[in-house]
Design a protein around this ligand. Structure first.
Ligand code: PSU
Ligand code: MN
Length: 286
């Protein structure tokens, strides 16, 4: 593992994933979103640590030119895939779960992302539950997201987070945001009003020996008419025989295309805003 000097010495560090960069946006846009997220973390008074696997190393704190290598050819790395990518010298983009596995090894306590993975619709056919959930439950890190991925079964994911003992904090909201939409999600386990309150709650949870916490931040501009598009994207994915890790990139590309770019703009904005809030919480925790 290679950790940059700046990150090693920083008091407040925010981890950022690379799957979003490589697979969550059209070519080129992902790198821009990654760099904008890093700036947002800095604006909040913390140091960004974008994480990925490159040239046989886990890199914690990719440089700008390294970040630019993360395109759609990168392997998508969940927690179980990081070691293989290192040994096989693959270009590896970490998911939330893969990033959390690295956070655990590097002692990083805060992370920003778009949406957490979770229980796929139609469970148990296929029996697809993201490794993000188990990784979050077992890592002492705060993940700031706008809820879970929009294509999931959100109520089932929320139930499973409860089962796993993961606190779900609503940032100035009583319900878990639905990624593109701020409204209509399941209730959170506690509402917080400030970054300082989220940091204090995380500290208390960790003193009790608890693991990860999710902070749900509603998107500033709520798109409340995307659900029918998501349903048709999932039908198209099924018709085209798309499975497993390929489903999210397929659905996101479908939504970006069919919404005339509205979901793309919303997605970009919420990822950067979540990175900023993660930075504020990290800064408040020191
Ligand atoms: N949310 C998005 N776009 C994404 C992801 C989440 O809006 O690309 C990625 C994250 O990296 C997340 C991963 O960790 O999808 C989960 O994938 P899976 O459901 O295959 O575990
Ligand atoms: Mn999956």
């Amino acid at each position: 593992m290679r950790v940059s000097d700046e990150i090693r010495e920083a008091r407040a560090v925010v981890a950022l994933e690379t799957t979003l960069i490589a697979h969550g946006f059209p070519p080129g846009d992902g790198v821009e979103v990654g760099l904008a997220s890093e700036r947002a973390v800095r604006d909040a008074g913390a140091v960004p640590a974008t994480i990925g696997v490159l040239d046989g190393e886990v890199v914690v704190g990719l440089t700008e030119s390294e970040l630019e290598r993360f395109d759609a050819t990168a392997r998508k790395l969940g927690p179980r895939d990081v070691a293989a990518a290192v040994v096989q010298r693959a270009l590896g983009a970490t998911t939330v779960g893969g990033t959390l596995a690295v956070c655990r090894a590097a002692g990083i306590r805060f992370m920003g992302t778009g949406g957490l993975g979770g229980v796929h619709r139609g469970y148990p056919r296929p029996p697809d539950v993201s490794a993000d959930l188990q990784a979050l439950a077992s890592t002492q890190t705060v993940v700031v997201s706008s809820g879970v991925k929009s294509l999931l079964d959100v109520p089932a994911t929320s139930e499973l987070l409860e089962t796993l003992g993961v606190p779900v904090l609503g940032f100035r909201t009583d319900t878990l945001p639905l990624f593109y939409s701020a409204h209509g999600g399941p209730p959170v386990s506690a509402r917080v009003e400030s970054a300082g309150e989220a940091a204090a709650l995380a500290r208390a949870h960790w003193e009790l020996g608890g693991g990860g916490l999710l902070v749900g931040r509603p998107p500033k501009e709520s798109l409340d008419d995307v659900e029918p598009l998501i349903a048709s994207a999932l039908r198209a994915a099924e018709t085209d025989g798309i499975r497993g890790g390929a489903v999210t990139p397929y659905v996101l590309a479908y939504l970006h295309r069919e919404s005339g770019g509205r979901t793309l703009a919303a997605n970009r904005e919420l990822v950067v805003d979540n990175a900023r809030l993660a930075g504020e919480i990290a800064a408040a925790a020191v």
